[in-house]
Design a binder for this molecule. Structure first.
Ligand code: GDP
Ligand code: MG
Length: 595
């Protein structure tokens, strides 16, 4: 046990965590040069395409340092603010963290927030100054920032490059020297923390565990403390590039367990595994449940696939405990689920994973944050859905969630960042100069104003030189109303949105215009209206189609005609018939795409 080191890699997005992980895997010969790809640990298709880490990835390395063999368990983590929950779970399985800072960028918002997460769990921090190969690196300035931030010495900071391999041996030496070996009693009753899990269609559920006390042997009868259920440890092992079966997993180590579990709800991330004979006296303190920030409806395009969708969401939840869902129904879309997400990127990722990993075609509705309504009779309700908005005569007041936003940018962009935040109903609460030309601005803002397109806007006004982090600070009263959309006089519930009253007219008009562009012309005229209660606040019209599009291909050109029909069919895939009107998927998300 004294030769085990458990550590994670944390940093702001794109500072080079996954690339440095590649170099460590290479240096320790965990993967051969042939197996090595860029960002090897990002093994989900989605991660490779987008070039970002979405899930934490654990891998075990063997390394001989000054004549002694060490087992190093590395966990690579995502950097995007939507996935900080993944980071906090990884941290719970480690004693140390490599804090990577891009020497060309300096400290950014998630550098700070992830560092704080690591410090809360008493992890030993090893600062690494990465991308030293780049001519634009400014090591002195960024080292100063790091020293200021974590209070370390200049010589604690390791200059490195994930590209050239510079500093990689120093990083390995620091891991061995500075990160404490895991504590724990190998003779005590088994106590292992489930820090992640995945569903495998052949093997059932695979739980990733960190052993805090005791030893786990293949074939032992185990019990999951919180659910109270018992299983056989059919297969156990450690995580190399794939799973490597072993006879036992020792105290302090990280590994996996497969016990024939098929039901997603039986495995709770954060649960404790112990032995049926000689169980531990208490569960390990698990993880706080995360609270979703954004809610939206997810509906199967094919209404027959409702049960299938439930099954897929359960499997995804297993691999992503931050996803929540409960059944809901819509007059327009039928049966589906109200899902809770940590942010918009998370929502997009879930939708894509449903499609790629589970072959589901789904429609996602207008997202909103979670509001609290207090009724005239004193009753307090949560409103996660426009349809749950109480009628105005019963409502006393409504509150919306606020966040504290921390924005780090170059000082030349201070003015534009402030304008953006004020436009988003933000209030400046603090302004600190980190260096002569870098400033940290703090705002209190409504969550609803930042979850949708705030980050994109921030990046564009600062030409990429702004990073952003936020955390919830409670609720404030708000003048919120429900805006409905009508198509030919029929209200389409899935297009309703909860918005601030001051925005209603402007938004109503924009949404009508956008819908007019998105809804294809059909055999009849379509009136698009926005209303608040009975009052119509905006209107647009989609003119009727004059003739069938295929009529143009008169006579002989059959193949062209067929192509055109196929193209139409293609376009229909994500259409929904609402009353007589066909609505494309994009229409349900229009509210997000207004400028
Ligand atoms: P992560 O988001 O922190 O995991 O960052 P990645 O490892 O995915 O790297 C982000 C980008 O920076 C990729 O395009 C890498 O090729 C690049 N990169 C990472 N490390 C270095 C480095 O040391 N030098 C240079 N020049 N580029 C790097
Ligand atoms: Mg990464």
């Amino acid at each position: 046990m004294k030769n085990i080191r458990n550590f994670c890699i944390i940093a702001h997005i794109d500072h080079g965590k996954s690339t440095l992980a590649d170099r460590l895997l290479q240096e320790t010969k965990t993967i051969s040069d042939r197996e090595l790809k860029e960002q090897t640990l990002d093994d989900m298709d989605l991660e490779r395409e987008r070039g970002i880490t979405i899930k934490s990835h654990a891998i075990q390395m063997q390394y001989n340092h000054e004549g002694t063999d060490y087992t190093l368990n590395l966990i690579d983590t995502p950097g995007h603010v939507d996935f900080s929950y993944e980071v906090s779970r990884s941290i719970a399985a480690c004693e140390g963290a490599l804090l990577i800072v891009d020497a060309t960028q300096g400290i950014e918002a998630q550098t700070i927030s992830n560092l704080y997460l690591a410090l809360e769990h008493d992890l030993e921090i090893i600062p690494v100054l990465n991308k030293m190969d780049l001519p634009s690196a400014s090591p002195e300035e960024v080292s100063d920032q790091i020293i200021e931030l974590i209070g370390c010495e200049q010589e604690d900071i390791i200059p490195a490059s994930g590209k050239t391999g510079m500093g990689v041996q120093d990083v390995l030496a620091a891991i061995i020297k500075k990160i404490p070996a895991p504590k724990g009693d190998p003779e005590a009753p088994l106590q292992a923390l489930i820090f992640d899990s995945v569903f495998n269609s052949f093997r059932g559920i695979i739980a990733y565990i960190r052993i805090k006390n005791g030893t786990l042997k293949k074939g032992q009868k185990v019990k999951f403390v919180n659910t109270g259920r018992t299983y056989d440890a059919d297969e156990i092992g450690v995580l190399g590039l794939g799973m490597k079966e072993t006879k036992e997993i020792g105290c302090g180590n990280v590994g996996y367990i497969i016990s024939g579990i098929k039901e997603a709800k039986e495995v709770k991330v954060g649960d404790t595994v112990t032995l049926v004979e000689n169980p531990c006296s208490a569960a390990i303190k698990g993880f706080e449940d995360v609270k979703p920030m954004v809610f939206a409806g997810i509906y199967p395009v094919d209404t027959d696939e409702y049960e299938e969708l439930r099954f897929c969401l359960e499997k995804l939840q297993l691999n992503d405990a931050s996803l929540t869902f409960e059944p809901e129904s819509s007059a327009a879309l039928g049966f589906g689920f109200r899902c809770g997400f940590l942010g918009m990127l998370h929502m997009e990722i879930i939708q894509e994973r449903l499609e790629r990993e589970h072959n589901m075609t789904v429609i996602t509705t207008v997202p909103n944050v979670s509001y609290i309504a207090t009724m005239n009779d004193g009753e307090v309700r949560t409103v996660n859905n426009p349809s749950e908005m109480p009628s105005p005569n019963k409502l006393d007041f409504i509150e919306e969630p606020y966040i504290k936003a921390q924005i780090i940018t170059k000082s030349e962009f201070t003015g534009s960042v402030m304008n953006l935040c004020i436009d988003k109903r933000g209030e400046l609460t603090n302004q600190v100069y980190l260096t002569s030309d870098r400033v940290e601005l703090s705002f209190e803002m409504p969550l609803s104003e930042i979850v949708f397109d705030f980050y994109d806007k921030l990046k564009s006004i600062s030409r990429g030189y702004a990073s952003f982090d936020y955390y919830p600070i409670g609720y404030k009263k708000s003048d919120l109303i429900k805006m409905d959309m009508l198509l030919n006089g029929d209200q389409v519930d899935a297009l309703s949105a909860l918005i601030h009253r001051d925005r209603a007219f402007e938004l109503g008009k924009k949404i009508c215009t956008k819908l007019r562009e998105l809804i294809p012309r059909q055999q009849f005229e379509i009136a698009i209206q926005a209303s608040i209660g009975a009052k119509i606040i905006a209107r647009e019209t989609v003119k009727a189609l004059r003739k069938d599009v295929t009529a143009k291909c008169y006579g002989g050109d059959i193949s062209r005609k067929r192509k055109l029909l196929e193209k139409q069919k293609e376009g229909k895939k994500r259409m929904r018939q609402v009353g007589r009107v066909e609505i494309p998927q994009e229409a349900f998300l229009t509210v997000l795409k207004l400028d």
